[in-house]
Design a protein around this ligand. Structure first.
Ligand SMILES: Cc1cc2nc3c(=O)[nH]c(=O)nc-3n(C[C@H](O)[C@H](O)[C@H](O)COP(=O)(O)OP(=O)(O)OC[C@H]3O[C@@H](n4cnc5c(N)ncnc54)[C@H](O)[C@@H]3O)c2cc1C
Length: 267
């Protein structure tokens, strides 16, 4: 199988299309552990790279990664042999197809191909996008949002899109006050920052405890959106389905990472 040229467009005769190759424009540390990477791409490539994005992350310092290609049904078709590219899910914090810009906040958690790539990212570096997906949210009169640093880009998009009369609570677990970020929200949504105070990410019960301490919202039009370490999300999901009585259409609770395990054991 041949590897498509970076930047090549359109499907090949076998129906596979090249991935969108994005290029680092600039890098900014927004907090001690969150690095914001501004990427440039074609308008179509940027429009497709979110809100959640399947990133194809090259090894640090690899100037010519062997990108996979994408089938019509979205399946990723890998080149044979070693390719040095890892598939990871991220969130486009901001997308501007007209300007050809997409912004991604990477948590520099110290381990893993994506965190290592972001830690070393410099202008001109390539990264691939195999396309995007939805955040899984829906508008509701009362929102319950709960997440850690990895969920903050999604929570900021959900709050920015929420109608002014939305009420509810956003619970965000971070290492400490230095990790808080400005988070514009409708006046009726209360934002609580929960500080781990030295407890390692993935070992704290702060988020699940904070949800457990809330009284379920009395209204019918409630939606809960939760993303964090898988174990914490499992506990919260059980609370939402049990005590809160939320049906499947009323919540979206997804593990964004797994303590002690790579998100793609194959690489
Ligand atoms: C839909 C979706 C959207 C996401 N959006 C974002 C986003 O916008 N920003 C973002 O930073 N992450 C986001 N994530 C989470 C991100 O995909 C994972 O953190 C992923 O594991 C990072 O890949 P990696 O190669 O750095 O580490 P991996 O190779 O997957 O893991 C290596 C090691 O690092 C540990 N690890 C992974 N993530 C963390 C963490 N956050 N804190 C502490 N230890 C960790 C693992 O437990 C493992 O031991 C998202 C996940 C999903 C499913």
């Amino acid at each position: 199988m041949t590897t498509p040229e970076p930047g090549a467009t359109g499907p090949s005769p076998d129906g596979l299309r090249p991935v969108d190759v994005l290029t680092v424009v600039s890098v900014e540390d927004v907090t001690p552990t969150v690095r914001r990477v501004l990427l440039a791409g074609t308008p179509a490539g940027v429009a497709a790279a979110g809100p959640t994005v399947s990133l194809l992350v090259p090894r640090v310092g690899d100037p010519a990664p062997r990108w996979p290609r994408v089938a019509k049904d979205g399946r990723i078709v890998w080149p044979e042999g070693a390719h040095g590219v890892s598939l990871r899910s991220y969130t486009a914090r901001r997308q501007d197809p007209a300007r050809g810009e997409v912004e991604i906040d990477f948590v520099l958690h110290g381990d893993g191909p994506a965190a290592a790539w972001a830690a070393a990212a410099a202008p001109g570096d390539p990264i691939g996008s195999a396309g995007g997906g939805p955040l899984g949210d829906r508008p509701a009169h009362r929102l319950l949002l709960a997440g850690d640093e990895t969920a903050l880009p999604a929570i900021s998009r959900i709050l920015a899109a929420a109608p002014d009369d939305t009420g509810g609570v956003a619970l965000i677990e971070v290492a400490g006050p230095e990790e808080e970020q400005p988070l514009p929200a409708p006046a009726g949504v209360t934002v609580h920052w929960l500080h781990r105070k030295g407890t390692a990410p993935g070992e704290s019960t702060l988020l699940a405890d904070a949800v457990a301490a809330l009284d379920p919202f009395p209204e019918d039009d409630v939606f809960a959106w939760v993303a964090a370490e898988s174990g914490a999300v499992r506990t919260i999901r059980a609370d939402l389905r049990g005590r809160w009585g939320l049906g499947r259409a009323q919540h979206h609770a997804i593990g964004y990472w797994r303590r002690g395990r790579s998100m793609s054991p194959a690489d």
